[in-house]
Design a protein around this ligand. Structure first.
Ligand code: HEM
Length: 511
């Protein structure tokens, strides 16, 4: 009754509400027009006026639909076995743009122009970020649910976290992880041996095996005695990655992330569960430090802590273990395709370690052929296929003034496969090119950057290389391997570069 009385007693209220709605509608239309039309057109004019070429802007969607169509087409056809010319399959859209518009060109993610930089020196300038204007590009709020922590922070917050983490990745600390690495590798080898037939043969999808291995390593180094909980976190992060990828396909729609749909809700719930588990782990860790059972500076434990304690945020360890697992997967695939290199690497390992566990640092550092192979795999199949930055302020780069609001894509994969940098055999597997180290592999010293560059370079690269060397050495000592007839060579990218239809490998026990 009271409600009715008040409504009827204010005859102007209806008109006022209508006026507010009209103003809101006008404001929303003006905003949409600005966002979806005027700003992209202004940015496009600014880029074209300076001689840059690129695709024409399509209202709202830009090139999103065209790129999705090309990706789908490429994903439907595997490559011939032994072909490493993978750019057209993995990043078909970028390849087309570069072919049609030149090596410095632009395309559109929704209403945002993205400049594709394939000149290695310019790419390094972007990553060095001397001007401070190139920021990490994070697609809306949602990214933090799958790639969290120091990878995503900016400015003071990033500097603080990086400072906290740096000591955990010093050589001396990394050396201390060797017993854990060794245990995890030995357990994997034992699992493989147990799965062998009486003739000493078996077939495995090594992608799953390496995901287990690297997840196990990070859980044990980062979570210590809580590594079971660490595992649960990985499982949740895996599910989260799938859900976030699903959401990415619509994320250019403003406000999409706030829609109360099932996927968005579930993403928040999973994040909450991960935080709860992490908090539990930290409480347990505090207790064990107080009881003298754990050292307060134990390696990657700092990784988890620095975020939870400092800012109630969480570090993403899933991505870190994923990249190393992908490196190992492609290494076994490539050594199956090139058995002469597999044999050469095995001889080197046997020469240095015999059949004893390859768990001492100096021995692993002397594995020259193994290192050359890993570098060549990282060149041809970089786990992170491209890096992204966004421009905060108008900035000059290579004689062009880029307007604020432009995004930058640095396609690591195209640069790593460019014949004008690496020579006519750019898309061939030839570890020999790294015989005199990374800096001598090409005269373009900046052209090899699987771990990024500049202040934001991968903090875990030495750890990843050590883990990869130890795993590979242990495998080479015990097994020879070749591709299974069911393997289809189909590299494609889902956050990292993956074999789309698995990595089925046939193993033969050596002793
Ligand atoms: C083969 C394995 C790996 C590859 C190829 C790789 C690649 C990369 C790349 C390309 C970046 C730079 C991203 C950008 O600039 O936008 C990066 C950053 C990062 N990586 Fe790795 N990574 C690997 C393993 C690891 C491991 C094992 C860890 C930790 C245990 C790790 C932790 C990080 C962190 C924390 C950052 C962010 C650094 C910062 O922003 O200051 N990565 N990684």
């Amino acid at each position: 009754m009271l409600g009715e009385a008040s409504t009827w007693s204010l005859p102007g209220a209806g008109a006022a509400a209508a006026a507010v709605a009209a103003v809101a509608l006008v404001w929303l239309s003006a905003w949409t027009l600005q966002w979806a039309w005027w700003t992209p057109r202004r940015l496009e004019r600014a880029l074209r006026a300076q001689g840059l070429r690129g695709t024409s802007y399509r209202l709202f969607i830009g090139d999103v639909a065209a790129a999705a169509r090309l990706n789908k087409e490429a994903a439907s056809r595997p490559l011939p076995l032994g072909s490493h010319d993978i750019c057209p399959r993995v990043i078909p859209f970028f390849c087309n743009v570069l072919k049609e518009h030149g090596k410095l060109s632009f395309a559109w993610t929704g209403p945002k122009p993205m400049v594709i930089v394939t000149d290695p020196d310019l790419a390094r300038q972007v990553l060095s970020n001397k001007s401070g204007n190139f920021a990490k590009k994070m697609t809306e709020n949602i990214s933090k649910y799958v790639v969290g922590g120091v990878v995503t922070y900016e400015g003071e917050k990033w500097a603080k976290h990086r400072r906290i983490l740096n000591p955990a990745f010093h050589q001396e600390k990394i050396k201390r992880t060797l017993p854990i690495l060794s245990t995890c590798c030995t357990e994997m080898i034992t699992r493989w041996e147990n799965a062998m037939s009486s003739e000493g043969l078996s077939e495995l999808d090594i992608r799953d095996e390496f995901q287990n291995l690297t997840g196990d390593v990070i859980s044990r180094t980062a979570f210590g005695s809580s590594y079971q909980e660490g595992w649960r976190i990985f499982q949740l992060q895996e599910e989260q990655a799938k859900r976030v990828l699903q959401a990415f396909q619509r994320i250019f729609i403003p406000g999409y992330w706030y829609l109360p749909i099932e996927n968005n809700r579930k993403i928040r719930e999973i994040d909450q569960e991960i935080r709860t588990i992490l908090r539990g782990i930290i409480v347990k860790r505090d207790e064990s430090i107080r009881n003298g059972e754990t050292s307060p500076d134990d390696l990657l434990g700092l990784f988890v802590e620095s975020n939870m304690r400092e800012s109630n945020e969480r570090e993403d360890l899933g991505m870190s273990s994923e990249t190393t697992s992908v490196l190992l997967t492609w290494t076994l695939i490539l050594l199956s395709m090139h058995p002469e290199w597999q044999q050469q690497a095995r001889e080197e390992v046997l020469h240095h370690f015999g059949i004893t566990t390859p768990d001492y640092y100096d021995g692993l550092s002397h594995l020259k052929t193994v290192t050359m192979i890993l570098h060549e795999v990282l060149r041809l199949y970089p786990p992170v296929v491209f890096l992204q930055r966004m421009l905060r302020k108008e900035t000059e780069l290579g004689g062009i003034k880029y307007p604020e609001g432009a995004d930058f894509i640095l396609p690591v994969l195209s640069i790593h496969h460019d014949p004008s940098i690496w020579g006519q055999d750019a898309s061939e597997f030839n570890p020999e090119r790294f015989a005199n180290g990374v800096s001598k592999a090409t005269k373009f010293q900046s052209a090899f950057f699987p771990f990024g560059w500049g202040a934001r370079i991968c903090i875990g690269q030495s750890f990843a290389m050590l883990e990869a060397k130890m795993a590979l050495a242990t495998i080479l000592q015990s097994f020879s391997f070749e591709l299974s007839p069911s393997y289809a060579h189909a590299p494609h990218t889902v956050l990292t570069l993956q074999p789309q239809q698995g990595a089925q490998i046939k193993l033969k026990k050596l002793r």
